[in-house]
Design a protein around this ligand. Sequence first.
Ligand SMILES: Nc1ncnc2c1ncn2[C@@H]1O[C@H](COP(=O)(O)OP(=O)(O)OP(=O)(O)O)[C@@H](O)[C@H]1O
Length: 247
Amino acid sequence: MALLEVRNLTKKFGSLVANNDVSFDVEEGAIVGLIGPNGAGKTTLFNCISGVYKPTSGKVFYEGTDITGWPPHKVARLGAVRTFQVVRPLIDMTVFDNILVGAFLRTSKLEVAFEISESCLKMCHLDDHRDKKAGSLTIGLKKRLELARAMATQPRLLMLDEVMAGLTGTELKEAVDVIKDIKSRGITLLVVEHIMEAIMPIADKVVVLDSGVKIAEGPPSEVVQDERVIAAYLGEKFSKRLREMKA
Ligand SMILES: Nc1ncnc2c1ncn2[C@@H]1O[C@H](COP(=O)(O)OP(=O)(O)OP(=O)(O)O)[C@@H](O)[C@H]1O
């Protein structure tokens, strides 16, 4: 049994079908990338899984439990935690206190919460920024803070919504390293990402959406060669470049 199972999920907004009969699995311990062009339905799918939206039809199972339509706090308590595309730290609080807020979702013991927060601060390379107000951080650091805060809730499944968008080259490399480190701790990741060069080398599997429909699923090396994916999204130029990079 996979950790997360999405079955025939459809989400409609009026007559617009944002997700159309989408099914896929997220295997325990894997990094699964969710990719697709703008408007493909990636964020909507995230919202349906994490409880922000109720699917029009279909099911979401976490560890075999039907969590379809559960509210976000209940899904998070089970260990399935998401970040948001538009990061929203508590801007007047310090970096450390923001992480502490995440830790208190998991424990009410001050000492334990401090311990968890210290470790997440380090894991996300934020030690040098611990006492800065979150509102004063660059976008790259805000995204890392969002990651640290999510990690402080001690998730089993971490769902990342474009945490690498808008980062500089160095920030991007750091973010990829943090994601690899998170995986090495046995945490399962479902990652929505636009930056193919960042997600393809680290994903065990990618699921490709186009106009709400799943058009491909498989290891990155196979998916980049799929004609429908090339046509819908990647473009022959990128696909060729990636093949050359891997050769
Ligand atoms: N709350 C909403 N009400 C109505 N339509 C919506 C709503 N949320 C999303 N949509 C529509 O659903 C479709 C899928 O949007 P979604 O944001 O899920 O795509 P996406 O793949 O995440 O796009 P992007 O890569 O640009 O973030 C789009 O046509 C969008 O306009």
